[in-house]
Design a protein around this ligand. Structure first.
Ligand code: GLC
Length: 646
């Protein structure tokens, strides 16, 4: 049983009077409930003898931060608690977007809220909107402030108006908390540069190369091409500072408890803007230790749980998403393990599924996906995934090498095949992506590109080939069909709903040219959107309508609520991926053909897994009964069926 369940129990005992006094009583109860956990976590990271005073500072801080939360948000927190695991609902359908690239600024976004309603979106991930350095800033992931809105997006008032409007329309919001690093222009970094020893201690700073060199022996490189190494020399300080990402992103030193206490306040300043879900950015990197890769360390988990336990006392309605793009088994740990199960992050990116889907497209087989997904332990019952095919980042090929080997493939050669398939090195591949951060030292590389271009639409349109265009559209819909049905919150990347192609204009922009992730960060194409109804046969219209239909069906069937009610089948046909979602007596089966030719399934096998084949069994996507030929169910190239018995 996680702590959230205890808080839910405590509010359920009281009548629904949520005035300030009652709310404060709930706060006191929450603090009492989490206090010993907070204490154990804090002293597991910070020596008790040395830091006992800091512990009391933290407790005062929690109280102060609660006092700063508005009454409306305090009330909403309690409503959210009473609503249980609202984030597992089948009603949740997300979209991720850059506010400026979507519709210029915050008020532009506010005007477009009806667009989301039309498509069925009720959850928005807004990319960073707070102050950042001019010039290169990693799309806002170099943070100058955690709560001041960057003027190019608008004002804080406009942002708060947006969050209120979204709340009124039943739209949930997610923002990033860039928890691992600040920009080199952040107030602490500025003070550090000016020679202030206290703030130099907020980062990992060193006068000589001695310790940096020791760290470099085991730290991997995140951006080996554009930002090699993990330390940057700062002339003003005359010191080396740890910069695992870009040279202008300084890693915070959480070995110093003051950093944690101050970052908790920064977290709350973000949450108080009216945010429902906080995306903990790059959280695998939070704790650094010599002799290790400094990722996924037990101390990082303790720290995240400490954030979680404090946030839960201050604002129990706000939940956390883990952005841990790490090995499959490691991702699960961000839901909390053992004593901490359910007390870390409620949501995590399903980066494993995402990478496996792209592998299945390139190999035209679902076998690796089947093996990997069935052999990884189930997530805890209160947790859920964000399922996605594309986001603003690259696609990392994060597979378990043992699983690759068990397919009879050599892991290194297989990686090379995938990079070649997606990055224009195989003449027969329709994919049009770019190679990101290729590291010749170890053959590692990642892939960038929009979903539509990676799935062949760009090539097909250039060749004006009707067949390949149809295949590309079918692939786009099939991939989205999986993220909409496999369990968790589907997150559609803005532009993918109309099949937006790669945007090569980043090559002309000095601030973006070194980072080809910008190829998949296009401007939202409102011109195309305005014509959707007038061009029924165009790819954007077919994709948009197809997605809208799928979203509607998802929301109409509570079986799609995530209660760990997923069963994946070992299918006799390796090209077809088959799973079932269950609620009581009701089942829906999802079948997806990853091959470019028609594939078949035998009626006997269908019956053995419970799919009936009479007239009352229908494909929800078309509302038609299944059509068997010679006792076999054919699936056309990249066809997907959502099958419901009677
Ligand atoms: C996350 C973001 C990515 C950013 C990095 C550093 O991985 O998704 O865009 O570059 O963190 O903040």
């Amino acid at each position: 049983m996680n702590q959230a369940e205890l808080h839910r129990y405590l509010v359920s005992k009281e009548p629904k009077i949520d005035d300030a006094q009652q709310l404060k009583t709930y706060f006191d109860l929450r603090l009492a409930t989490n206090l010993s956990l907070i204490k154990s976590l804090f002293f597991s990271l910070y020596n008790e003898k040395e830091y006992v005073d800091q512990f009391y500072v933290l407790i005062d801080q929690i109280e102060t931060l609660y006092g700063q939360r508005s009454l409306a948000l305090q009330q909403q927190d309690i409503e959210r608690l009473r609503a249980g695991n609202w984030y597992q609902s089948e009603q949740m359908v997300g979209m991720q977007l850059y506010v400026d690239r979507f519709n210029k600024n915050i008020s532009g976004l506010n005007e477009k809220l009806p667009y989301f309603k039309d498509l069925g979106i009720n959850f928005l991930h807004l990319m960073p909107v707070t102050n950042r350095p001019a010039g290169e800033n990693d799309g806002g992931y170099a943070v100058n402030s955690y709560h001041e809105i960057d003027p190019r997006y608008g004002t804080k008032d406009e942002f708060v108006a947006l969050t209120k409007n979204a709340r009124k329309k039943g739209i949930f919001l997610m923002l990033d908390f860039v928890v691992n690093h600040t920009s080199d222009e952040f107030e602490w970094a500025k003070k550090a540069k000016a020679g202030n020893a206290k703030y130099q201690g907020y980062y990992y700073t060193y006068p000589t190369r001695h310790i940096p060199d020791e760290f470099e022996k085991t730290l991997p490189e995140i951006f080996p091409q554009s930002a090699p190494g993990n330390f940057t020399y700062n002339k003003e300080m005359e010191k080396w500072v740890m910069t695992c990402f870009n040279h202008y992103q300084w890693d915070l030193n959480y070995r110093n408890p003051e950093v944690f206490i101050e970052m908790l306040a920064n977290l709350m300043s973000l949450a108080n803007l009216g945010v429902d879900v906080i995306r903990f950015d790059a959280l695998a990197f939070l704790w650094k230790k010599l002799g290790t890769q400094s990722q996924n360390l037990p101390e990082a988990h303790a720290l995240i749980s400490l954030f979680r336990m404090c946030l839960q006392v201050i604002a129990p309605g706000v939940i956390l998403l883990a952005e841990a793009i790490v090995a499959p088994r490691n991702i699960l740990k961000y839901f909390g393990e053992g004593m901490l199960e359910g007390n870390e992050c409620e949501i995590a990116y399903n980066a494993s599924l995402m990478a496996l889907l792209w592998n299945s497209i390139a190999t035209k087989q679902a076998s690796l996906m089947l093996k990997s997904l069935t052999e990884i332990p189930t997530k805890p019952k209160d947790a859920t995934w964000i399922n996605y095919i594309r986001c603003h980042d690259d696609i990392g090929l994060g597979y378990d090498d043992n699983f690759i080997a068990s397919m009879g493939w050599d892991p290194r050669a297989h990686k090379e095949f995938l990079l070649n398939y997606y990055c224009g090195k195989l003449a027969w591949s329709p994919a049009k992506g770019l190679m990101f951060m290729y590291n010749p030292k170890n053959g590692d590389g990642r892939i960038t590109g929009s979903a539509a271009s990676l799935l062949g639409l760009e090539t097909a349109l250039a060749q004006n080939n009707k067949n390949i265009i149809e295949y590309a559209i079918a692939k786009i819909l099939m991939m989205h069909g999986i993220i909409l049905t496999i369990g968790g919150i589907p997150m559609i990347y803005a532009g993918d709903e109309i099949g937006t192609l790669n945007d090569y204009t980043f090559e002309q922009d000095a601030d973006h040219v070194n980072d080809n992730r910008w190829v998949n960060r296009p401007l939202q194409d409102w011109n195309t959107i305005s014509k959707l109804n007038k061009t029924p046969d165009s790819p954007p219209t077919i994709i948009f309508k197809g997605l809208k239909n799928m979203i509607r069906i998802r929301k109409d069937h509570t079986v799609f609520k995530d209660t760990n009610n997923l069963k994946i089948y070992g299918c006799p046909n390796p090209h077809i991926f088959v799973y079932k979602r269950t609620e009581g007596e009701r089942n829906i089966y999802i079948l997806s053909n990853f091959n470019e030719v028609t594939e078949k399934l035998d009626i006997g096998w269908l019956h053995s897994i419970g799919i009936q084949t009479g007239k009352t069994t229908i494909d929800l996507l078309t509302d038609h009964p299944l059509e068997l030929i010679n006792n076999e169910l054919p699936l056309k190239p990249f066809q997907q069926l959502w099958i419901k018995n009677s």
